[in-house]
Structures are given as structure tokens and as C-alpha cells.
Design a protein around this ligand. Structure first.
Ligand code: ADP
Length: 163
């Protein structure tokens, strides 16, 4: 495959996202990580912060590029000249949501194909929201995100608490 788009909120990027990025980058000439600009979701990190973190985390993988997008994913795919989208699948709970989005994107643009990559056993229950919740409650989440991301989360929380 010439290029593949991996879209998401990445608020923040977790080991689950990174695992998909690493494995997907081996299947394509170019993997485009596309960060959705969605302020309505009240993100912990700004678009710029998320892009910066993803760039840092993927700097050793040569064929990964980090972009942002707003609007329709299918329009972004056309813009970057890619017709393959990859999404990670965790437990069955992801399935219905992902299936619905994949079919909707197909309806919007029949040239766009969505591929699903199964997560690993370690990352099965891992999500950005779980990480944020544990962090806010002072729990231990070292195995869930890279240390670099953990430090950014701690910084955010300290600022929020005015420490
Ligand atoms: P969204 O808000 O669009 O679901 P996310 O940033 O949460 O965006 O996720 C982006 C993609 O990464 C989705 O396909 C999601 O299923 C996948 N993903 C998230 N966490 C994991 C994980 N632990 N293992 C595998 N895939 C994951």
C-alpha cells in the first residue's frame, strides 16, 4: 500500500495507539497519523500539543507523518491522496461504532477502504479516557503511556490544580 491514514483524537496518545502505529507503518510506504481537531470533546491537550507528542513519539519511524484535520475524514484522505484508513480494534465494544463509521465513510466515498488492526492483549482495555481518569485520581498508569506522555499529563494536572 502506498499510504494509509490512521485517524483519531489521541488525547493523549497511549501505548495502544503506538502499537498500531508501529505495526501499521510496516504495511505501507507511508503512514499518515491524522489528529482530529475537535474542541467539542473538551480535550485535555490542544491540537498542537497532541501533534507535538505524536511527532516526538514517532520520530524514529521514518515513514510516519503527523497531520491534523477537521471536517470529514474522507475529504482529508482525498487531500493527502490516500484511500486506505486504518483503525485499531479493542474488545467487541469498539466493533459496532467502528463498523458504523467505516460504512458511513464508504457511503460518502466508495473509494475509501477501512482496515481494522486487532490490538494486543496488553492493550485490550486501554483507552485515552481510562488513562486520564486514573491520572486525575492519582493512580498508577506507567505501563499505559510512554514516560514522555506521562510527564505531559502530570504537567497538565498540576497546572489545572494550580500546583
Ligand atoms: P477516537 O476518538 O476516534 O476513537 P482515539 O484516539 O481514541 O480516537 O483512537 C484512535 C484509534 O485508535 C481508534 O481506531 C481506536 O480504536 C484505536 N485505539 C485506541 N486505543 C487503542 C488500543 N488500546 N489498542 C488498539 N487500538 C486502539
Amino acid at each position: 500500500m502506498k499510504s494509509v491514514v490512521y485517524p483519531g483524537s489521541f488525547d493523549p496518545p497511549t501505548n495502544g495507539h503506538l502499537d498500531i502505529i508501529k505495526r501499521a507503518s510496516q504495511l505501507t510506504d507511508k503512514l499518515i497519523v491524522a489528529v482530529l481537531n475537535n474542541q467539542a470533546k473538551m480535550p485535555m491537550f490542544s491540537l498542537e500539543e497532541k501533534m507535538e507528542m505524536l511527532k516526538e513519539l514517532t520520530k524514529s519511524i521514518e515513514n510516519v507523518e503527523v497531520y491534523s484535520f477537521d471536517g470529514l475524514l474522507v475529504d482529508f484522505c482525498e487531500k493527502v491522496n490516500s484511500n486506505v484508513v486504518i483503525r485499531g480494534l479493542r474488545a467487541l465494544t469498539d466493533f459496532e461504532y467502528e463498523f458504523q463509521i467505516a460504512l458511513t465513510n464508504r457511503t460518502l466515498n466508495k473509494n475509501i477502504e477501512t482496515l481494522f488492526m486487532a490490538t494486543t492483549t496488553e492493550n485490550l482495555w486501554l483507552s485515552s479516557s481510562v488513562v486520564k481518569e486514573i491520572a486525575m485520581l492519582n493512580g498508577e498508569y506507567s505501563g499505559m503511556v510512554p514516560l514522555f506522555v506521562k510527564n505531559k499529563i502530570e504537567e497538565k494536572i498540576s497546572k489545572k490544580r494550580g500546583v
